[in-house]
Design a protein around this ligand. Structure first.
Ligand code: BG6
Length: 424
C-alpha cells in the first residue's frame, strides 16, 4: 500500500515525511515501541504538490500511481472545494482505474437541505453514490459501534426497548473547551450544524431504530432512515439556545454574533414504539466537563410493593458512556444490607478500562478508514439519510437565522441549562 500527500504547499519529500513522523505512534505493539515500523511506513509515503483547480498537479499525481491500482482519496479539505477537486481528479484521469476508486469526504455536508443537495449533485457529476464515503467519525467510536450489540445481542433489553418501558432518552454531549481557533468556521455553523444534525442525530437513530434483518450495510441504513423519516420536524419552541459568555472575544467572531454554542433540543418520533417518549439532545461547548453519553431512563414498575408512604424506589437508568472512560452503567435498585428494608440505587458497572484490560481501543478513524479499504459502508452516511437529517433541522435553523433569535448567555465552564430528562 502506498500513501500520497497532495496539497498546494511546495515542500520537499523530507519535510513531508518529517510532518508525518511528528504524529505517528505505535500503539499496537506490546510496549508501544516502534522499532523499524516507522521507517518502513515512510518508505511508502510520497508527496506531490499542485493546485486544486487545475488538472496539471493531478496528472503528476496520476503518473506516480500504479496503473489500475485501487485508489482511496481522502479529501481533508474545506467542503466548498470538494466539487472542484473531484472535477479535476476526474479530468486528470485519476478516477479511471479498473480496480475500485473511493472518495472519503467530511462534514459539513452543506448548511441546510438545499446546499447539501447542491453539494451532492456536484459530486455525483464525477462519482457514483457507491464511491462516496461520507464520514461521521462518531459512528466509528468503539462505544457507538457497541450500541447495536448491546440492543440486539442481549435478550434482556429487546422486549423493554419501547415507550411502554422507557420514559425518556437523553443524548448529552459536552466539551470543556470553546471554539479554540475555529471561530471563523464555527460562527457560520453553530452547534446544531456542527454536532447535533450529524453526530448526535446518528446516535439517536441507533437507539431508536428497529432491529435490522442482517448486518448488510443497506439493511442497517434502511432501518436508520425509517427512524429519520419518523422524527417530526423540529419546532423552534422545542429548542433552547445558549452562547458562552466569552464566545465573541474571539477575533474571528463578530461582536453581535447570535450563533449558538449550546442547544437543548426535544425531538419526537412519531411511530408506535416511541410516540410520547421525548428524545432530548443536549450539546454544548465551554461547559464544565468533556463528556458524551446516552441516558435511557426507564419507567417505574406500574405497581411496586416496595413503595411506602414517603417514597418509591427509583426507576432504572442505563447509561452508555461514549467518552471519556467508555462503558455501560446500569442503575438498579438494591436492598442495603442490614436488618432494615432500605433501598439504594447501585451501578452495574461495565467500564471498558476494567472489563477489557490491555485492549487497545482504536481511534474512530482507524476503524472507519479500514472500512473504506474493505468497501464496508454500514458506518457511512447514505445520501437519503443526509437528506432526511437536514429535513428535520432546516426549517428551525432558517427561522432562528431569519429572526436572529438570541441565545441565552452562560458562563464559560458552567453546567449549562438544566437537564430535561429528570429522574423520577
Ligand atoms: C467535530 C466538531 O465534528 O467533532 C467539533 O466539528 C467537535 O466541534 C468534534 O469538537 C468532537 O469530536 P470528538 O471525537 O473529540 O468528540
Amino acid at each position: 500500500m502506498k500513501f500520497f500527500g497532495f496539497a498546494r504547499s511546495k515542500i520537499s519529500q523530507t519535510e513531508f515525511k518529517e510532518q508525518i513522523m511528528r504524529n505517528l505512534t505505535c500503539r499496537y505493539t506490546p510496549d508501544h515501541s516502534c522499532g523499524d515500523f516507522i521507517e518502513k511506513f515512510l518508505e511508502n509515503c510520497q508527496y506531490c504538490s499542485g493546485k486544486y483547480d487545475s488538472k496539471d498537479g493531478f496528472i503528476d499525481l496520476d503518473s506516480l500511481l500504479r496503473k489500475n491500482s485501487a485508489r482511496l482519496f481522502y479529501l481533508a479539505l474545506p467542503p466548498e472545494i470538494f466539487p472542484t477537486v473531484t472535477k479535476y481528479i476526474g479530468l486528470a484521469g485519476l478516477l479511471k482505474s479498473t480496480s475500485w476508486t473511493r472518495v472519503v469526504i467530511e462534514k459539513p455536508f452543506g448548511r441546510d437541505r438545499a446546499s447539501s443537495d447542491d453539494l451532492n449533485s456536484e459530486l455525483l457529476k464525477e462519482l457514483t453514490e457507491d464511491q462516496i464515503y461520507r464520514i461521521d467519525h462518531y459512528l466509528g467510536k468503539e462505544m457507538v459501534q457497541n450500541i447495536m450489540v448491546l440492543r440486539f445481542a442481549n435478550q434482556i433489553f429487546k422486549p423493554l426497548w419501547n415507550s411502554k418501558y422507557i420514559r425518556c432518552v437523553e443524548i448529552d454531549w459536552q466539551e470543556s473547551i470553546g471554539v479554540e481557533g475555529r471561530g471563523g468556521y464555527f460562527d457560520n455553523y453553530g452547534i446544531i450544524r456542527d454536532v447535533v444534525q450529524n453526530h448526535l442525530l446518528q446516535l439517536l437513530t441507533l437507539i431508536a431504530m428497529d432491529e435490522p434483518e442482517s448486518l448488510n450495510a443497506d439493511v442497517i441504513r434502511n432501518q436508520k432512515l425509517k427512524v429519520l423519516h419518523d422524527i417530526q420536524t423540529i419546532k423552534v419552541e422545542d429548542i433552547i439556545l445558549g452562547q458562552y459568555n466569552t464566545y465573541t472575544d474571539d477575533p474571528q467572531i463578530p461582536d453581535d454574533s447570535t450563533t449558538e454554542t449550546f442547544a437543548n433540543i426535544k425531538l419526537k418520533i412519531d411511530n408506535d414504539e416511541w410516540r410520547d417518549v421525548p428524545f432530548v439532545i443536549r450539546a454544548g461547548k465551554a461547559l464544565d466537563s468533556k463528556n458524551s453519553e446516552i441516558r435511557i431512563l426507564f419507567r417505574r414498575p406500574e405497581s411496586n410493593i416496595f413503595c411506602n408512604m414517603e417514597e418509591c424506589p427509583p426507576a432504572n437508568e442505563l447509561i452508555i458512556r461514549i467518552q471519556p472512560d467508555e462503558g455501560i452503567h446500569f442503575n438498579i435498585v438494591s436492598k442495603v444490607p442490614g436488618l432494615k428494608m432500605q433501598f439504594q440505587e447501585k451501578d452495574l458497572d461495565l467500564s471498558y478500562k476494567s472489563a477489557f484490560v490491555d485492549t487497545v481501543i482504536p481511534e474512530a478513524y482507524e476503524s472507519l478508514l479500514l472500512d473504506v479499504i474493505n468497501g464496508e459502508k454500514a458506518l457511512f452516511i447514505r445520501n437519503d439519510e443526509l437528506e432526511a437529517a437536514w429535513d428535520i433541522f432546516t426549517p428551525a435553523l432558517k427561522e432562528i437565522e431569519k429572526n436572529k433569535i438570541k441565545p441565552k448567555i452562560y458562563t464559560f465552564g458552567s453546567k449549562g441549562p438544566d437537564r430535561i430528562c429528570k429522574k423520577e
